[in-house]
Each structure stands twice: as structure tokens, then as C-alpha cells.
Design a protein around this ligand. Structure first.
Ligand SMILES: [Fe+2]
Ligand SMILES: [Fe+2]
Length: 137
């Protein structure tokens, strides 16, 4: 298999229950995209990509609402990162539409994205918000 699957690792856990599950699900959608790329069939790639993109759009919205609700100090920067990620997704979407998908690039993008997004920037809101939640509880 060329497009190696992502595996959930415990270090991705954010101690925010709502996000924990969603990030696990995100991996499932990403791996489905990798499977579709393996088939070289553009109609399958199209479907897998739309499913992934819809999931991501919803996740970003939920995450942004969560950060707003808890007044996370870095929320504007985080929102900007989401915006940039969606822009890259848009580029890949047009590549799929014109049947010119750079599969290796998308594979790399999704792999790096997952680790840097969850381990890097999502971790920041978790680190700030989780202790606050614990205080309230
Ligand atoms: Fe995020
Ligand atoms: Fe996230």
C-alpha cells in the first residue's frame, strides 16, 4: 500500500472529550481518502474528499465555538490556521475536479496536518481550557 494509513496515538489525546472523539473520527476520514487514492478512481476520490472536507468544516466550526465559549486567548490565531488549512483543501479539491490530483502531496499534507494540528495548535487551547474546566468542576 502506497498511501500509508494514519494510526491513532495516545499522545494525540487532548483531555477534551468532545474533541478526542472527533479527532479519532478525523483519522478515519483521512484514511478513507488514502484508500480512495489507492484505487486511482477519481469518482471514489471525489466522494472521499467531500466527506472529509465536510467533516473538517464542521469540526473547525465546533472547535471555534468551543474556544469562543471558553474565551481561549489564542483563538484568533487558531481560526486563521483553520482558514489556511481550508484554503489548501480548496486547492486539492480543484485538483480532483480537473483530475490532476497530486496524491503524494495530499498524502503528506494530511499526515503533517494531523500531527501538527492536533499536537501543536489544538494542544494549546486544551492546555489553557482544561485546567479552567477542572476548577469549575
Ligand atoms: Fe483546530
Ligand atoms: Fe481539531
Amino acid at each position: 500500500m502506497k498511501y500509508v494509513h494514519l494510526k491513532w496515538e495516545d499522545r494525540y489525546s487532548l483531555e477534551v472529550d468532545a474533541m478526542y472523539k472527533v479527532h479519532q473520527e478525523l483519522i478515519v476520514f483521512i484514511n478513507k481518502m488514502f484508500d480512495a487514492m489507492e484505487t486511482e478512481d477519481y469518482s471514489q476520490m471525489q466522494i472521499a474528499f467531500v466527506n472529509l472536507a465536510n467533516f473538517v468544516v464542521k469540526h473547525f466550526k465546533d472547535e471555534e465555538a468551543f474556544m469562543d465559549k471558553h474565551e481561549f486567548t489564542g483563538r484568533e490565531t487558531h481560526k486563521l490556521t483553520h482558514k489556511k488549512l481550508l484554503e489548501s483543501m480548496g486547492e486539492f479539491e480543484s485538483q480532483i475536479k480537473t483530475k490532476k490530483l497530486d496524491k503524494d502531496r495530499l498524502h503528506g499534507f494530511l499526515r503533517v496536518w494531523l500531527s501538527s494540528h492536533i499536537m501543536g495548535i489544538d494542544r494549546k487551547y486544551a492546555d489553557e481550557i482544561v485546567p479552567k474546566l477542572k476548577k469549575v468542576a
